[in-house]
Design a protein around this ligand. Structure first.
Ligand SMILES: Cc1cc2nc3c(=O)[nH]c(=O)nc-3n(C[C@H](O)[C@H](O)[C@H](O)COP(=O)(O)OP(=O)(O)OC[C@H]3O[C@@H](n4cnc5c(N)ncnc54)[C@H](O)[C@@H]3O)c2cc1C
Length: 579
């Protein structure tokens, strides 16, 4: 899979209205140029021109209005184009991406609501260029929804809303904010919608120093009637989880966009820099850093684009997306941090300079694992699948690539998403692993067998299962298995697509060699996590012995590495943002 190069991209997988928006977005950012983008980032300028652009081009109206509420010629909730759009916005600016992301979150409970009048109003607000917000978090309670103290207080025929929300993106001027709270006097949860220009809505501060607006706001006896109520009781609770379950997917795509732009800057810089008569790119350690950064970045992209297919086919009987979406949020964003770390050792001092995208990337990449539930919270969700995934098989339909123009309506009808996921068998992961054969994959498959042995023969005892620190270490290892599955599936799909065209032998060999490099870092990560588990205080002797079996060395093949490296280096000067 190639990296995104926005100026070379044709977006040919999409229909004409979608392609036009993608191209116009690239033009918007390239015309503005890096110098202006960086200046506004440093000066924390609110992006009015960008919001005007979104309005003129009907961007949010087209991409974020389900087909039944908008112009059917272009409006639909289509996760294929939303996935690609998240990556594109992340590539140019995480602050700009954030206005899109929190609008998606804010729209979740609205499109899940039975309040038809409010849904129609939302569609017209989207058409008018409105942005949206998701009011879940509170200063004292983080994302602990049960402790929420935003209250609806019964008054007359309705309520007044009283309370404070914290960390709410777009809270300065969203057309509507979906607010989560409780009805006073009962334990009933509720989602209701408020307008930021209402006199009883008070935005008190931007809690971050940034171009994006992350608001603290108060509702001072804001009047609420049935017209503003979105969901009540169990449905409100489910909607909060269901919204995050699909929206957090975009965090991984933002990490891919950030890492890709940073990769271009690093390679453009290093390939021109000569020290002691040698190009920086010729130093052996720099070659290693670049190949690993590229392999990790490509794997991130392959995994996320494959996970998108599972999200699009999700249904009540196919809940595999509940395993893969948290991984896009957790694993892909954390891999983004690793890619930036690797590239930072290459770009070194230049990465701190104010005119570089990289300078913002080093700050922004840290944000993504922490939003919408921390990495730990997502790992807890992933671990629930572990036993069924590794020890049971289910015959589930093969999922083809999902780039069609469907409206992904199930995302707004997920119901109680997390209920009973322990019983979901995510198919048969061995199929993907059996579809290829190469040395590093064989080593990795041996590591998977050791993990199965660990769980079967000396799995976590009662105490260990309750110890999240121990289970997180087990989860890191398990996650690698599911990560590899989707990378292999994506590779197979790309090969199948290419075989319909004129088969380019050199390109096929390049893909195979890249997969070897991907499984090279996967083997090393597996070993690293096994060592962490080995060192946990409660690890038993027998567990420690199996952990040692998991520690393996990838196959050394210098000629292959050199060929991959020269392909990576050919990316120098293929993209540079206009100044
Ligand atoms: C820039 C920014 C923008 C944001 N935008 C929004 C927004 O638009 N709307 C919104 O509602 N929120 C928003 N948030 C809030 C964000 O979603 C929360 O910060 C995030 O969910 C983590 O909560 P917390 O920081 O309060 O961590 P805490 O909940 O305080 O967690 C502290 C630690 O405890 C661990 N922990 C907590 N619960 C569990 C658990 N159940 N299992 C295992 N470990 C656990 C965490 O992993 C973490 O290590 C934003 C935050 C930031 C920084």
């Amino acid at each position: 899979m190639k990296l995104l190069n926005p100026v070379a991209e044709a977006w040919s997988q999409f229909d004409a209205p979608t392609r036009e928006i993608f191209k116009a977005t690239v033009q918007f950012f390239e015309k503005k140029g890096k110098r202006a983008m960086k200046h506004e980032d440093h000066e924390c300028v609110w992006y009015r021109d960008y919001l005007n652009f979104l309005k003129e081009r009907d961007v949010f109206y087209t991409f974020l209005t389900p087909v039944q509420y908008g112009d059917p010629a272009k409006c639909r909730w289509d996760s294929a184009r939303n996935t690609a759009y998240s990556e594109l916005l992340g590539f140019y600016s995480l602050s700009h991406w954030y206005a899109w992301q929190v609008s998606i979150l804010g729209l979740g409970p609205i499109w899940m609501s039975p309040n038809e009048e409010l849904k129609k109003k939302t569609a017209s607000l989207l058409k008018a260029g409105g942005i949206f917000a998701f009011g879940l978090s509170e200063k004292e309670h983080g994302a602990d929804l049960i402790a929420s103290d935003m209250m609806l207080i019964p008054q007359g025929n309705g309520f007044v809303a009283r309370g404070d929300k914290y960390y709410i993106g777009n809270g300065n001027e969203a057309a509507l904010v979906s607010v989560f709270g409780k009805v006073q006097g009962s334990k009933e949860f509720v989602f209701f919608a408020v307008e930021t220009n209402h006199p009883n809505y008070k935005c008190t501060q931007n809690v971050v120093r940034s171009q994006k607006y992350v608001a603290e706001f108060d509702l001072n006896d804001y009047p609420i009637t049935d017209k503003e109520i979105l969901l009540r009781g169990r449905a409100a609770w489910d909607a909060s989880l269901a919204t995050v379950a699909f929206a957090k997917f975009n965090l991984g795509l933002a990490a891919i966009g950030i890492s890709t732009h940073s990769f271009y800057e690093a390679i453009n810089h290093a390939s021109k820099r000569k020290l002691y008569g040698t190009f920086v790119t010729d130093f052996p350690h720099i070659r290693g850093l670049f190949v690993e950064a590229y392999a990790r970045l490509t794997a991130m992209r392959m995994f996320a684009y494959r996970a998108k297919d599972y999200m699009r086919v999700a249904s009540e009987s196919d809940r595999r997306y509940l395993l893969f979406n948290p991984m896009v949020k957790m694993k892909v964003t954390m891999q983004g941090e690793e890619v930036i770390n690797l590239l930072w050792d290459v770009i070194a001092a230049r990465g701190f300079e104010k005119d570089m995208y990289f300078e913002s990337a080093t700050r922004d990449i840290r944000m993504l694992p922490k939003l919408e539930g921390t990495a730990h919270v997502n790992m807890v969700l992933v671990i629930k699948f572990m036993n069924k995934y590794l020890f049971e098989k289910a015959i589930l339909p093969e999922v083809a690539e999902q780039n069609g123009n469907a409206n992904d309506s199930f995302l707004f009808n997920q119901g109680a998403t997390t209920k009973g996921v322990e019983n979901v068998v995510p198919g048969d992961f061995q199929k993907a692993y059996d579809s290829y054969s190469f040395p590093n994959l064989t080593i990795f498959k041996g590591q998977i067998e050791s993990l199965r042995k660990f769980l079967k023969d000396c799995g976590p005892g009662k105490e260990q299962s309750r110890d999240l620190d121990f289970m997180l270490a087990v989860g890191e290892i398990f996650t690698l298995v599911a990560y590899g599955q989707l990378v292999l599936e994506r590779a197979r799909m790309e090969e199948a697509a290419a075989s319909g065209q004129k088969r380019d032998e050199a390109e096929m060999a390049a893909t195979g060699e890249l997969l070897e490099e991907i499984f090279d870092f996967m083997i090393r990560d597996f070993s690293r996590h096994a060592l962490t588990l080995y060192g946990k205080p409660s690890t038993t002797k027998e567990q420690a012995r199996v952990c040692m079996e998991m520690i393996q060395k990838p196959e050394v093949n210098q000629a292959r590495f050199d060929r991959v490296c020269s392909r990576v280096y050919a990316l120098a000067d293929t993209y540079r943002m206009s100044d």
